[in-house]
Design a protein around this ligand. Sequence first.
Ligand code: NAP
Length: 245
Amino acid sequence: MDKRNVIVTGAGRGIGRAICVEFAKEGANIVINYSRDAEGAEITKNLCEELGVKAITVAADVAKYNEAEKLFAACEEAFGMPHILVNNAGITKDNLLMRMSEEDFDKVIEVNLKGSFNCTKLAVSSMSKKRYGRIINIASVVGLSGNIGQANYAASKAGLIGLTKSVAKELARRNVTVNAIAPGFIETDMTLNLPDEVKSAMLSSIPANRFGQAEDVAKAAVFLAGEAADYITGQVISVDGGMHM
Ligand code: NAP
């Protein structure tokens, strides 16, 4: 990964931060995107720099194409265009379908799916020209199995899997691989405030009998970007302790 440029969206905390740190351990230049949490992004930057790599933070709402453009322009100016893109930014707005507002459906699709489309579109031209690119989309177990109260989120993540496979087919000849990771229940701010009964129901559905850590997902991302995965494209790798088989 030495001298590779990596953009990680939504990297001010949680899984995105862990992905930045794992890529920093490999010597990559790190572009840390966030939308609101500048302080969190700065902490991620410090963690990367302590590992001896260069890192920048860039504020951009990836759901907006013009802001995603600013993210790529900042990467280009600091390091050159990215070799690796991790579409990690994501939100939830859970509710039963009967109670789900149109706004909450649209917002989740805009960030999780459209945001990944925006960044992928901005990444592929230079990757195609360079005949090298690694795109990793952070989907979810819920995109594979559905979940009560998450029609918007599950649809966004299932859509992301469709996006992954389509772009993988389009770009495989140019040595650009596109894969998805489907995390199960990972202990981050996203899952912190779920009620205890939901957490214990989740735990009982995990054969490994433990919740995942952000590092479990980050290590899979580094694997998919590394030489060992050169011939892997269009795949969905579950990182879920066996939750979905
Ligand atoms: P998290 O702790 O809530 O972090 C989400 C990150 O996304 C934050 O840094 C947030 O930054 C950023 N973000 C949100 N909207 C954004 C936007 N419009 N533009 C740019 N950044 C934005 O969540 P996490 O658990 O680390 O989740 C990371 C990814 O893994 C998500 O795609 C999530 O769906 C997926 N995932 C998580 C789990 C889990 O159990 N935790 C399971 C499966 C999949 P700001 O605060 O600056 O907005």
